[in-house]
Design a protein around this ligand. Structure first.
Ligand code: NAD
Length: 493
């Protein structure tokens, strides 16, 4: 234990130890070994952090919006300058590929630039009101203290999606990252300080969901919870936040269909399906975990898919050539293996993988084999429940109507992919699929400019794009009378 790196939290601009006086270990998924100690924050720390955010609120919301944007652009620059070291921390803590994290962290600053640019374009309206001698206008005001809770996949990217619009809108923040991958967010706080944000505008409390997380979602002085995570936790967050009528945005799980028609460019579709399910070891909310493939090309397509998936290079996520890394956490590793057994028990056939990866290059890490199941029907658990791993279920369909019926027949609605050369088909599918994002002839594309979020049980609210800033604002209607006399006080005006 002695030689592990020990982190501190940042509250009110100061590095602090947790009130509990306890730390827990965080492990490297590739080696399976602990490499650092994370503060075990609890309700007392959350209380301190919320107080710091509340104290910082009046100053921050009154800061000239252009200056808020300026600080955010500085923060973006600092993330870009430190992208390599932040990426290395994410890989060590999370097991994601350096090939992906390096790019992701060079891209993350865009959220701070984009929303920093929006900060001084938050405008109300003058209403041509239907009352004489009255001036009515609206103001867009921040909500207050925002509690942000993030999951273990893509910690800093998902933080940027929330933090950038929240700060631009003039809110202050308490961030609670996942207990499995807190290190990068703790390091990121140094950049917030360096950028020159006033103390208390952004605070971080690390710790377990049931301790620190629970205290944040039930804290009376938190105005909104911005949550990304699993649907079961999301449901709990939603109902707990309702007790004090907090605003809530939820980015939850998915079981996204990737739909391949027989008129598609097969080589491209094969690559798109692979990227949808095996990139990031399938640990993405947008994983295209259900491959719906038209019966007429089913066998040919599956053969090509298996052939390409077989070439995936597994191993050390720090090696830039590695294509499939370890699973991030031991419980997730067990969960994925459990779903492989469930699929086999339901009668699906593993035409690729189907168990632990014991290749020598996988060492002692938590690796599972990239897996493709055929013979799946949409009623099976493997087709309905989120695995959050590199496990693909192949479901055949006859025509557009059946593809839509199967595609939409899940409780989730996060994303969908469509592979076709027909513009008519592309349009109809994109219109009828119940998903917050539909990709046609591409998959897994996101941008700071384009809204992202879930239909159905995949969530509430949108991140990215201009509208995302509205999630962190409330509208006030201001009435100013120019009448010299107040008429009959017993009637509504
Ligand atoms: P999780 O729900 O287990 O945990 C998410 C966060 O919630 C963590 O920080 C955790 O500590 C916290 N938490 C747990 N219990 C809590 C409680 N009682 N009160 C308050 N906070 C609590 O999710 P995970 O396993 O970390 O992440 C994987 C899930 O996240 C998947 O379902 C995935 O689809 C989803 N996800 C969604 C998106 C999206 O944008 N829609 C993006 C990434 C991940």
């Amino acid at each position: 234990m002695g030689n592990l790196k020990r982190y501190q939290m940042t509250i009110a601009g100061k590095k602090v130890d947790p009130a509990s006086g306890e730390w827990f270990e965080t492990e490297n998924p590739y080696t399976g070994k602990a490499w650092a100690e994370i503060p075990r924050g609890n309700a007392e720390d959350i209380d301190r952090a919320v107080k710091a955010a509340k104290d910082a609120l009046p100053g921050w919301r009154r800061t000239i919006a252009t200056q808020r944007g300026h600080l955010m652009r500085k923060l973006g620059d600092l993330i870009a300058e430190n992208a390599d070291s932040l990426a290395a921390t994410e890989v060590r803590d999370n097991g994601k590929l350096i090939a992906e994290m390096g790019l992701q962290l060079k891209y993350a600053p865009q959220w701070y630039y984009y929303f920093g640019g929006l900060a001084d374009k938050i405008e109300g309206a003058v209403i041509p009101i239907d009352k004489p001698d009255t001036f009515n206008f609206t103001r867009k005001e921040p909500l207050g203290v925002i509690g942000m809770i993030t999951p273990w996949n893509s910690p800093l990217m998902l933080t940027a999606w929330k933090l950038a619009p929240a700060l631009a809108a003039g809110n202050t923040v308490v961030l609670k990252p996942s207990e499995f991958t807190s290190a990068s967010a703790l390091e990121f706080m140094d950049l917030v300080k360096q950028a020159g944000f006033p103390d208390g505008v952004v605070n971080i409390v690390t710790g377990y969901g049931k301790e620190a997380g629970e205290a944040l979602i039930s804290h009376p002085d938190v105005a909104k919870i911005a949550f990304t995570g699993g649907s079961a936790t999301g449901k709990h967050v939603y109902s707990t936040a309702a007790q004090s009528f907090k605003k809530v945005s939820l980015e939850l799980g998915g079981k996204s269909p990737n739909i391949v028609f027989d008129d598609c460019n097969v080589e491209n579709a094969v690559k798109g399906v692979i990227s949808g399910i095996f990139a990031a070891t399938g640990q993405t909310c947008i994983a295209g975990s259900r491959l719906l493939v038209q019966k007429s090309i089913h066998n040919e397509f599956v053969d090509k898919l298996v052939a390409l998936a077989k070439t995936a290079k597994m191993g050390d996520p720090m090696d830039p050539d590695t294509q499939v890394g370890p699973v991030t956490t031991p419980p997730q590793y067990e969960k994925i293996l459990g779903y492989m057994d469930i699929a086999k028990g339901e009668g699906a056939e593993a035409v690729l993988g189907g168990g632990k990866a014991t290749r020598p290059e996988c060492g002692d890490g938590w690796f599972v084999e990239p897996t493709i199941f055929t013979g799946v029907n949409n009623q099976m658990r493997i087709a309905q429940e989120e695995v959050f791993g590199p496990v693909l279920s192949v479901i055949p369909f006859e025509d557009e109507e059946e593809a839509l019926a199967i595609g939409n027949d899940v409780v989730y609605g996060l994303a969908a992919g469509v592979w076709t050369e027909s513009i008519r088909r592309a349009f109809i599918m994109s219109q009828e699929l119940q998903a917050g994002t539909v990709w046609v002839n591409t998959y897994r594309a996101v941008s700071y400019m384009s809204p992202f979020g879930g239909y159905k049980q995949s969530g509430l609210g949108r991140e990215s794009g201009q509208a995302a800033i509205e999630e962190y604002l409330q509208t006030k209607s201001v009435w100013i009378s120019m009448a010299t006399e107040v008429p009959n006080p017993f009637v509504m005006r």
